[in-house]
Design a binder for this molecule. Structure first.
Ligand code: 25A
Ligand code: L14
Length: 339
């Protein structure tokens, strides 16, 4: 089997670390690996497949001699470095929001729109974490009954905000448990321990946050259907890993909860966990470190005669929401003979 020269940019971050583990875990055919980050991390040693690899500096010529680069160092870093990697002929799978809504750039969830990948489009965007797990669940329902409208509330873990987010919840919880003064908020707008914050990313003119508008815009692009209307409310919760979402959908054709369950139980990447009588439903605690999108609590909406269903979706935001989806895009490039 052909092997590939791989680079990870932002290798020392929360997502970068998971990217390295996913490449190992899924036996990605790696010929060589470059781990790149900012000056702060240069010289740091990370493990890959049992060997120590020294972290190098991310530079514009870093894509030379690389087949596939996975980027997760934020939008500004990606804007500065990803285009030169792609110009050197390297496929770049970028986890930031920098390129997602660019018309020329594919925004891909392999279970939903693998056909958007091509040989020519070297720069590929990995979608927003909350959007990925939602569209994995929406796709089979949309194919069967055409979704007209989605209303979603998210419960997003602190790891969405990277290593600094994880550190902040840890420090605040530890101080509380030790009876010490809780350290002030820094990464988040307010104390996140024992709290909920109804703001992720900045507010836009229409009153929605950028994170909420990502869910609206990216869903249309990934599903390839501009007619799907999405209203999202994104909430930060004091959970370390996995995002949870309550999703409400209205469909054009009737779709019973039983039909939805049948469709979701067969869908790629999904596990149906829906036996309320035996307390089986998805929860972030159990989704953590798994590569699955869990769906449960599927029921018909009793408040309307329209075709409407509501359900609960949970997935590990650092895996399917980021690192796993990026590696699956790379696997799809290989499967289709594009790289
Ligand atoms: O720019 P944006 O869009 O606002 O987003 C920036 C942040 O979003 C996170 C990521 O956090 C990033 O900091 N992020 C991006 N995509 C995400 C996603 N889909 C996402 N979070 C969740 N879901 P992170 O801390 O997890 O990862 C940061 C990684 O990016 C590298 N990096 C940053 N600037 C870089 C760069 N690499 C190259 N060139 C640059 N200019 C970063 O490397 C890390 O790999 P690092 O060396 O800067 O950080 C290594 C360690 O240092 C800690 N640290 C962070 N800030 C500080 C710090 N230590 C001391 N002082 C600090 N101020 C980090 O925790 C990390 O462990
Ligand atoms: O667009 O939870 O990938 O703060 C980066 C920040 C996803 C959410 C993105 C968070 C987001 C994330």
């Amino acid at each position: 089997m052909k092997k590939y020269r791989v680079a990870v940019a932002g290798a020392t971050g929360a997502v970068g670390n998971e990217m390295i583990k996913m490449l190992e875990n899924r036996n990605f055919p790696v010929e060589s690996i470059k781990l790149l980050a900012s000056e702060r991390s240069v010289g740091k040693k990370l493990m890959f497949n049992g060997k120590e690899v020294e972290v190098g500096l991310l530079t514009k010529d870093g894509g030379k001699g690389v087949d596939i680069a996975l980027f997760s160092a934020g939008a500004s870093v990606s804007k500065e470095f990803a285009p030169s990697f792609a110009a050197d002929g390297c496929f770049v799978i970028d986890n930031s929001s920098a390129w997602r809504m660019d018309k020329e750039i594919p925004l891909v969830v392999p279970e939903v729109n693998p056909n958007d990948l091509s040989k020519e489009k070297k720069l590929i965007a990995n979608p927003n974490c909350s959007t990925i797990q939602m569209v994995v669940a929406l796709k089979p329902l949309h194919d069967a009954a055409k979704i007209k409208r989605v209303i979603v509330s998210t419960y997003q873990s602190v790891s969405g905000a990277g290593q600094k987010g994880i550190n902040e919840l840890t420090a605040q919880t530890k101080a509380w448990a030790e009876g010490k003064e809780i350290p002030p908020a820094n990464k988040f707008q307010y104390q996140i321990a024992f709290n909920l914050i109804p703001q992720i990313d900045v507010f836009t003119e229409n009153g929605y946050t950028k994170e909420e508008m990502k869910m609206t815009n990216e869903t249309k692009k990934i599903m390839g259907d501009d007619s799907i209307e999405v209203s999202a409310t994104c909430i930060r919760v004091p959970v370390f890993r996995s995002h949870s979402e309550n999703v409400w959908i209205e469909t054009e054709k009737p779709l019973s909860p039983a039909q939805a369950k049948e469709l979701l139980s067969k869908a790629e990447g999904i596990q149906l966990l829906d036996e309320p009588e035996s307390k089986k439903y998805p929860m972030p605690l159990f989704a953590e470190n798994t590569q699955i999108t869990y769906v449960g609590r599927i029921r018909g909406d009793i408040s309307t005669k329209n075709n409407a269903l509501t359900f609960w979706v949970v997935s590990d935001n650092l895996l399917k929401g980021a690192a796993l989806n990026a590696v699956q895009i790379a696997e799809t490039l290989i499967k289709r003979g594009l790289v």
